[in-house]
Write a protein that binds this ligand. Structure first.
Ligand SMILES: CC(C)(COP(=O)(O)OP(=O)(O)OC[C@H]1O[C@@H](n2cnc3c(N)ncnc32)[C@H](O)[C@@H]1OP(=O)(O)O)[C@@H](O)C(=O)NCCC(=O)NCCS
Length: 147
């Protein structure tokens, strides 16, 4: 998909982001992230002022973590997820981050494929990580060389 732009997420985007999520992630939680959490940096992907998805990154110096990544269901497989991850990676590079990590459900084959395409490696399994008992895969991308 061409002409996708990425910009920082504002409080006015929180309702849109929450609308992409299930009951586990609500507007208040995302609003707190955007307004009050100094570690968190959220971005919105859009095209022609239509919001398409969002990504959240926590900077935990010297590393960082992707906390959320969701694309509108009717706009998937158009490169939006990749565009958002690329923005998160370039943001981390500018912050001199060493490793960027994330957790993804073992059953989420699409997201795992996306992360592997972006160079993330499988590092460990976190047993029963999710409330439904599913395991998570911890994935990691080396953003810069350690000094
Ligand atoms: C995972 C998610 C963010 C991907 O977003 P997207 O915009 O559809 O991803 P992209 O179009 O950028 O995909 C890029 C590549 O990733 C891989 N990929 C993405 N989704 C895939 C799927 N469902 N099955 C297989 N491969 C997939 C492919 O290699 C794809 O390239 P291709 O389309 O040229 O084959 C989206 O499916 C989503 O929001 N899922 C629900 C929330 C979620 O699971 N988030 C991740 C939590 S860890």
């Amino acid at each position: 998909m061409s002409n996708v732009t990425v910009r920082p997420m504002h409080i006015r985007d929180v309702r849109f982001a929450a609308s992409l999520e299930g009951a586990d992630i609500n507007e208040k939680m995302l609003a707190d992230e955007v307004l009050y959490n100094a570690m968190s940096h959220y971005f919105i992907a859009e095209r022609s002022e239509e919001r398409l998805g969002y990504i959240g990154v926590w900077i935990t110096d010297p590393n960082a973590e992707i906390t959320h990544l969701t694309v509108r269901e009717d706009r998937r497989r158009q490169g939006v997820g990749e565009t958002l991850i690329n923005r998160a990676i370039s943001f981390c590079k500018a912050r001199d981050v060493l490793h960027l990590t994330l957790e993804v459900s073992v059953s989420n084959a699409g997201a795992i494929a996306l992360y592997e395409k972006q160079g993330f490696a499988r590092i460990a399994i976190r047993k029963s990580y999710y409330s439904n008992g599913e395991d998570a895969i911890l994935m990691r991308l080396k953003v810069r060389n350690a000094t």
